[in-house]
Design a protein around this ligand. Structure first.
Ligand code: CS2
Length: 494
């Protein structure tokens, strides 16, 4: 087989006619956005809106992407002039679009100074972030900056070559202040509760250690809007790359697969210029929290439950889990529990939302791996499941299904699935959970050991006998009968 050429400016014109191309002159784009954490999610979500802005003639929102550590995204995009395809899939339908808004990719650890220069340029108005929950170095339970983390300590000592996203933002804001520029607007696009506030707190905590006047300037003039971001973006694999190459006749090593759905709710709070988000499909609002809570507790809560229960049962993909009638029933019952803790914003019909979520989870064309979602559970459980559990316990309501999801996470921490097959627990607290579980064998002691991790479980939860007993019941059942049988038992009407 002859080797295919790479997707690039020079091969754009050879693409099949049904592939959507940027359709604007990329050379005219200015670099208005710096994105920290240029993974698949950003490229399938925020970048689409910046690309749409350019398609509509607003050329201020070209993106410079930064990887905080790994060079792999840069290495896949550089030979492609930073062009990549977004493949939207649902059923047998597929739509391929080439995104042109990304202009450059920098690896922060290789070239911090030039990244900070772009962030401090007068053209840059937005710094967006998808660095995952753990990238903020916050205590998951309290949201406080973990000042003992090695990367945070390094940034507190020197901002010459920042190691954290918050450190990079402080260094760039210091430079803007020195140049007499306004701050950029820093937009966290990660699935954290009050993500804007959490980012601001991390930035202010680091700034405070360096320069009181800088801290004051950021607190007064900076903007850290809250956001809710939503789009399911599975990790790309070689099969997907090969299938797209066959389809479009060139090789794209940076392609993204995703669903047609995309939602971005942004607090209307900016330090300077912004795109006309309201004409680009985003929702601008004063109150993001009710949207964010609904999304974190319904979509992400169910995702984590599906991930642990599914992966324990050896099931690879989300759509395969929800195709099992009792697993689907379990998700509905879990949603009954979580939905009761929400105050849905005007415009959000929870029943319609649940229906749409189940459809999205059932999208077999996405191939979304349970193991991908199972990563970093310690950072995800608090906002996805534990916050709602705390509310229900306070109100004296049962927490059966939510506890089963948490118990499945506990069982996953043991490192073996239901068939006895070992897996790596991919989580920043993995060594802590492993140490807690060392030589602790029965369900009751394992629950007690894991509940004692304060970074995950606040005292109000670890001290709750109801929660402890419910978790112990489910963990015991998971350990002895496995995930499938436990789900079957859980959904039997009482
Ligand atoms: C998923 C999310 O991997 C995960 O933890 O739950 O990435 C989820 O797909 C997105 O939040 C959907 O918007």
């Amino acid at each position: 087989m002859t080797k295919l050429q790479r997707l690039s400016e020079s091969t754009l014109s050879s693409l099949p006619g049904d592939v959507q191309r940027p359709g604007y002159d990329r050379k005219q784009l200015r670099n208005g956005v710096v994105h920290l954490g240029i993974g698949a999610f950003h490229r399938a979500h925020q970048a689409i809106l910046f690309d749409d802005a350019a398609r509509k003639g607003d050329m201020r929102w070209g993106i410079v992407g930064a990887s905080l550590r790994s060079a792999s995204v840069r290495d896949s995009l550089a030979p492609q002039d930073c062009l990549y395809s977004v493949v939207e899939r649902e059923g047998s339908g597929e739509c391929v679009r080439i995104i042109g808004a990304l202009r450059d990719v920098v690896v922060a650890q290789e070239n911090a100074a030039s990244l900070i220069n772009v962030m401090a340029s007068s053209d840059t108005h937005l710094v967006t972030l998808t660095v995952t929950e753990k990238g903020y170095h916050l205590d998951p339970a309290t949201g406080q900056l973990i000042e003992t983390s090695a990367d945070v300590m390094a940034d507190i000592k020197s901002l010459e070559k920042p190691r954290t996203a918050a450190g990079l933002i402080v260094a760039a804001l210091a430079k803007r202040k020195a140049l007499g520029l306004r701050p950029f607007t820093a937009i966290s696009c990660d699935n954290l509760p009050h993500n804007g506030k959490r980012l601001m707190n991390a930035v202010l905590a680091i700034a405070q250690k360096h320069d009181a006047a800088l801290h004051e300037w950021i607190a007064m003039c900076g903007a850290f809007p809250e956001t809710m971001v939503d789009r399911i973006v599975p990790a790309t694999d070689d099969n997907a790359i090969a299938a797209l190459s066959t389809r479009i006749g060139v090789e794209d090593r940076a392609m993204i697969r995703t669903e047609p759905f995309l939602q971005w709710v942004i607090q209307d709070k900016f330090a300077g210029e912004r795109p006309a988000f309201e004409h680009l499909g985003a929702q601008l609002t004063d109150t993001v929290a009710p949207w964010e809570e609904a999304k974190l507790r319904m979509l992400n809560g169910a995702h984590s439950a599906i991930a642990y229960l599914g992966a324990l049962a050896g099931i690879d993909y989300v759509h395969e889990v929800v195709a099992i009638p009792n697993a689907r029933r379990f998700v509905e019952l879990l949603w009954d529990e979580s939905a009761a803790t929400l105050s849905p914003p005007p415009g959000l019909d929870i029943n319609a939302y649940r229906h749409a979520l189940m459809q999205r989870f059932s999208n077999a064309a996405l191939q979304h791996r349970t193991r991908q979602i199972a990563m970093d559970g310690s950072q995800k459980l608090p906002q996805r499941l534990l916050a709602a559990i705390a509310i229900r316990l306070q109100r004296g309501l049962p927490v059966e299904m939510q506890s089963l999801a948490v118990a499945a996470w506990m069982q996953w921490q043991g490192g073996k699935d239901d068939a006895g097959k070992s897996h790596v627990v991919d989580d920043p607290l993995a060594s802590l959970t492993a140490a807690k579980l060392q030589d602790v064998h029965d369900a009751k002691s394992r629950v007690a050991a894991l509940l004692s991790i304060e970074a995950i479980f606040p005292p109000s939860l670890s001290a709750s006998p109801v929660l402890r007993n419910t978790l112990t019941k489910w963990l015991e059942m998971l350990m002895t009968t496995g995930s499938r049988a436990t789900i079957d038992k859980a959904v039997v009407p009482k």
